[in-house]
Design a protein. Sequence first.
Length: 189
Amino acid sequence: MTTLVALAFTIAMSGGASAADRTPRPAVPVDIEVLGDYKVFLVGHAVGTQNYICAATPSGLDWVFIGPQATVYDSNGGQLLTHFHSVNPSKNAIHATWQHSRDTSVVWATRHSGSTDPNYVAPDAIEWLLLDVSGAQLGPGGGDRVAATAFIQRVNTVGGMKPPAAECTPGKITNRKLVPYEADYYFYR
């Protein structure tokens, strides 16, 4: 798996339309496949945290997801993107966000579908996702490296699972847990 991801990184980062045409799509469960003639044009490996807060919910106290914070690296270990939650100005709503580290172009996305299929997803890892792009913004200098993204897949996840509800007690209301995770992100246009 690591060799396939490294190959995809190398091809995706080499530039040009022909490289994008050769970048392989990851093997994924059917419910998170990207349908149609979309091509992978960017691949990165994220290392960071999935963040939760202890809060009252309709079903009692539980850990509520409040967003990711991760750095996405290219195949050479260089910073490619930053991944977090922010306000998507075109929707006036908080969405998952990826900002390119060089040209500062931004793309926002929302969950289309997810999978915990045990043939792909480890039992102690967050689900794999297909995300629909919900907005994009050029960088201040006109940078557009991620602006043309239509879909994003999160695959090959490690960690990031919500803490057990039993660990969210009245004395821990508003406490946060930053749960380490890793994932590969595939960007399609």
